[in-house]
Design a protein around this ligand. Structure first.
Ligand code: GDP
Ligand code: IMO
Ligand code: MG
Length: 435
């Protein structure tokens, strides 16, 4: 059972990129299973910062296979742009990247529909990344999508593109009153992308199952976070895929019995980008301090992230729906300067105390968070690599949030760099197979 799934436990941006890059050292294969270039995963190596959107965060390690699975939606233009910019920085793809032939593609009309739909919603907008993610997944579920394999057959692609683009243009014109998409231009552009991407397109499910049978260590990379999951998140303020651990099975074509560990990435406080309820949000100086110290600005859109206290209801829900076997607590160092820290343990709404994550948006939007308070440690934890070196009060905070969330910490992150990490329990119980 050599698969380790990495999932975001909150609303995304928990620091998945850093942890995946770190764990890749012990893995043979890293595979993205859902989402698209709405993701922004930051990896810092020495003085260099890389932001990965579609390419798995393991790409910076030589000799590892990186897979973009069937559950991902791919904008070929964005993928090639990302590959080109990584190539300029010395990253090679020839023997490392594989793209599923069953992954669906994002076209300019998906993007146009995403943007037009958000505009139409006005103040009820979701605050999407505007990348066409929702409309591409909608077409997939509606059995009208275009897959990577279709790109390789000009006649099939032309037919599917015509159908999709005609329908989208009807909506853009008549319903959204927005500019139309030129399907001939899309066709010729996408044929160019097909030429360049052809060499990477493969049956990744077969590859992954062979790797698993050969006892290779596979790291399944989730994007977004549990509370952005289309089923388990704060619907409709979610993304259109399944970032939770189950998504790794459908998004890669591997069996649930191949999964050995589910590592939840848990930020030591909470952030969210875009609209939607956020019970512990801080609209004050403390929120600003978290944003400034945590550099909480979107890695994809540059938007300021909303910041707030740690919420145990949110994380406990994630522990449940993902079957989390361990947690990486990230960005502990961001809390170093605070006098005291609050931890949400319930919401009160209309006289009722909610101690488990409610699915009713009204409770999340209007409930009053119930907090316990812990003292701050007021000293630097930046770069600490051993648990016993953490200030006593910082350890007490970590232990409290983990106990209340019902999860064991395996990793504690004290900075953006690889080496700024405390490893309490090594992932993958047996060493990676050579060769
Ligand atoms: P992801 O989407 O989950 O991969 O997270 P992002 O990369 O969007 O956002 C996390 C940000 O926090 C990035 O800028 C990381 O470089 C940074 N980061 C990750 N872990 C730590 C940490 O422990 N401490 C600090 N200060 N920054 C961190
Ligand atoms: P990573 O992988 C944080 C949010 C958007 C919006 C909602 C829907 O870096 O953690 P979409 O464009 O997906 O239809 O937008 O989801 N969102 C993210 N928030 N981190 C992400 O990815 C996100 N990807 C999407 O802000 O609220
Ligand atoms: Mg991110």
């Amino acid at each position: 059972m050599p698969v380790l799934v990495v999932v975001g436990a909150q609303w995304g941006d928990e620091g998945k990129g850093k942890i995946i890059d770190l764990l890749t050292e012990k893995a043979d294969v890293v595979a993205r299973y859902q989402g698209g270039h709405n993701a922004g995963h930051t990896v810092v190596v020495g003085a260099n910062e890389f932001v990965l959107h579609l390419i798995p965060s393991g790409i910076l390690h030589k000799g590892k296979k990186c897979i973009i699975g069937n559950g991902v939606v791919i904008d070929p233009a964005a993928l090639l742009e990302e590959m080109d910019s990584m190539a300029k920085r010395g990253v090679k793809f020839a023997n490392s990247l594989l793209i599923s032939k069953n992954a669906h593609i994002i076209t300019p009309y998906h993007k146009a529909l995403d943007v037009a739909s958000e505009k139409h919603k006005g103040n009820k907008k979701i605050g999407t990344t505007g990348r066409g993610i929702g409309p591409a997944y909608a077409d997939k579920i509606n059995r009208k999508g275009i897959r990577m394999a279709d790109l390789l057959d000009a006649a099939v692609f032309r037919e599917k593109l015509n159908c999709g683009c005609n329908e989208a243009n009807f909506l853009l014109d008549r319903f959204y009153n927005s500019p139309l998409v030129d399907k001939d231009q899309v066709f010729s552009e996408y044929m160019g992308y097909a030429k360049r991407l052809k060499q990477y397109i493969a049956d990744t499910t077969l590859f992954l199952n062979d790797a698993i049978a050969g006892k290779k260590k596979v790291l399944a990379e989730g994007a977004q976070g549990t509370h952005l999951d289309v089923d388990h998140g704060t619907y409709p303020f979610v993304t259109s895929s399944s970032p939770t651990a189950g998504g790794a099975c459908t998004g890669l074509g591997i069996g649930p019995n191949t999964i050995q560990e589910v590592l939840g990435i848990v930020k030591a406080y909470t952030t969210r980008v875009g609209s939607g309820p956020f019970p512990t949000e801080l609209g004050n100086a403390t929120g600003e301090l978290l944003r400034a110290r945590g550099r909480e600005y979107g890695a994809t859109t540059g938007r300021a992230r909303r910041c707030g206290w740690f919420d145990t209801l949110i994380v406990r829900h994630s522990v449940r729906v993902n079957g989390m076997t361990g947690a990486a607590i990230t960005k502990l160092d961001v809390l170093d300067e605070l006098d005291e820290l609050k931890i949400c343990v319930g919401y009160k709404y209309k006289g009722k105390l909610y101690e488990d994550m409610p699915s009713e948006l009204a409770v999340l939007e209007n409930g009053t968070p119930q907090y316990i308070t812990m003292p701050g440690w007021k000293e630097s934890t930046i770069g600490i690599t051993r648990y016993e070196k953490l200030p006593k009060k910082a350890r007490a905070y970590v232990e409290k949030i983990c106990k209340l969330s019902g999860v064991k910490p395996s990793i504690i992150s004290t900075g953006a760099r690889r080496d700024e990490t405390i490893i309490l329990q090594q992932p993958f119980r047996k060493p990676a197979k050579k060769g």
